[in-house]
Design a protein around this ligand. Structure first.
Ligand SMILES: Cc1ncc(COP(=O)(O)O)c(C=O)c1O
Length: 327
C-alpha cells in the first residue's frame, strides 16, 4: 500500500510540477476529461467568491459558438443550441455573448457575474480565433469588475496552436485554465490549472475524484510532455502550421469557393462558400485523410503534432484533386 501510494503521489506531482513550471498556473487538479476539468473550473470560480463571503456571485459569461463539454453544467456553458436542446432545462446561470465583442461583454456583466470563460481559439465550432485586442480587453474588463478569467484550453492547449498553451499568443494570463485531449496522448486525463490566489479556495473535501490523477493517466501525461519537449513538437506545430496555411492559401487562389483559411499552428479551418464540407470530408477519408466537417461549409483540421511537410504536401494534393472534381 505504501509503495502504490508513493507512486500515486509521485507521478501526479511530477506532472503537476511540469505544467506549473511551464505555465502561469501555481496549482493543478487532475480530472478524467475536458468536461470534468471545466466542471472543476466552474466550481472553483463559484467557491472562490463564497469563501470570500460573497454569496451572490455565481453567473458565468461564455461565448456564442463555444464548446465546453457534454455534462449538464458544461452544456449550459456551451454556446450551441444544437447540443443543448435535447437536454433542457439547462443548468441556470450561464450567459452567452458574441466572440470578439468587448461592448457585448461589458453589457452582459451584472452583480451576479463571477467569471468569464473562453476558448482562446474556438475549436469545435470551426476554428474561430479570438483577437489579441479582444483578449487584452477581456482581461482588463475582468480586472476592473473583480471577475475571474477562465480559459478552456482542452482543445487548443499542449502545443496545438504553435505555443504550449493557446493563451500565450495573446499576452494575457487567465486565473484558471483547463486541459485534456492532448495531455494524455489518447489516454483519458483532464487538468484544472489555477493561480494560487484562486486555487486556495478549494480546501480538502471541497472537490475530488476517484480516478482523477491516477498513476497510469499521469504516467501517460508525463510521457506526452516528455515527447512534446524532447521532440520539439511545439516548434514543429508552429512551423508546420505556417507551411500548411501557405499551401492552403495557394489553393484559395485557385478555387474561388474557398473564402477563408484561419487558425493558429496546427488548428486550422477552411471556410467555403459552398455547402460541401461533408462531401469533402468523405472524399478525404476515402483517400486516407481524417478531416472534420463543421456545419455545411467549414473543414476543420487538427493534424498530429509530428506532421511533416511531405504529409502536408500529400494532403494538399488530395485537396487539389477533390476540389477540382467539385468545381
Ligand atoms: C474546447 C473544449 N472543451 C471541452 C471539451 C470536452 O472535452 P471532453 O470530451 O474530454 O469531455 C472539448 C471537446 O471537444 C473541447 O473541444
Amino acid at each position: 500500500m505504501h509503495c502504490s501510494n508513493y507512486y500515486y503521489i509521485e507521478t501526479q506531482s511530477k506532472l503537476a510540477k511540469l505544467l506549473v513550471e511551464n505555465s502561469c498556473a501555481d496549482k493543478v487538479f487532475f480530472a478524467n476529461s475536458g468536461a470534468e476539468a471545466n466542471e472543476g473550473a466552474i466550481k472553483l470560480a463559484r467557491i472562490y467568491f463564497k469563501k470570500k463571503g460573497i454569496a451572490d456571485k455565481f453567473e458565468i459569461i461564455t461565448l456564442e459558438n463555444s464548446f465546453h463539454g457534454r455534462t449538464l453544467a458544461t452544456l449550459a456553458a456551451t454556446g450551441q443550441e444544437k447540443y443543448q436542446k435535447p437536454f433542457s432545462p439547462l443548468t441556470p446561470s450561464f450567459l452567452r455573448v458574441p466572440i470578439n465583442d468587448l461592448k457585448a461583454l461589458e453589457r452582459a456583466i451584472n452583480k451576479t457575474t463571477c467569471a468569464v470563460m473562453i476558448e482562446p481559439i474556438q475549436g469545435e465550432s470551426g476554428v474561430n480565433p479570438t483577437t489579441v485586442e479582444y483578449m487584452k480587453g477581456v482581461r482588463e474588463i475582468c480586472d476592473k469588475n473583480g471577475l475571474l478569467l477562465i480559459f478552456d484550453e482542452v482543445q487548443c492547449g499542449i502545443g496545438r496552436t504553435g505555443k504550449l498553451f493557446g493563451y500565450q499568443h495573446f499576452g494575457v494570463e487567465p486565473d484558471i485554465f483547463t486541459l485534456a485531449k492532448a495531455l494524455g496522448g489518447g489516454f483519458p486525463i483532464g487538468a484544472l490549472c489555477a493561480k494560487d490566489f484562486v486555487a486556495k479556495a478549494f480546501e480538502p473535501g471541497d472537490h475530488g475524484s476517484t480516478f482523477g490523477g491516477n498513476p497510469l493517466a499521469c504516467a501517460a501525461g508525463l510521457a506526452v510532455m516528455d515527447a512534446i519537449f524532447s521532440e520539439k513538437l511545439v516548434e514543429n506545430s508552429e512551423k508546420m502550421g505556417v507551411y500548411f496555411v501557405d499551401k492552403l492559401s495557394q489553393l484559395k487562389g485557385k478555387y474561388g469557393f474557398i473564402t477563408e483559411i484561419r487558425g493558429k499552428g496546427l488548428m486550422i479551418g477552411i471556410e467555403l462558400s459552398i455547402k460541401k464540407a461533408a462531401e469533402i470530408k468523405k472524399k478525404c477519408f476515402e483517400k486516407g485523410y481524417l478531416v472534420g466537417a463543421v456545419g455545411d461549409n467549414i473543414i476543420r483540421m487538427l493534424p498530429p503534432l509530428i506532421v511533416t511537410t511531405a504529409d502536408i504536401d500529400s494532403l494538399i494534393k488530395a485537396f487539389d484533386d477533390i476540389f477540382s472534381e467539385i468545381e
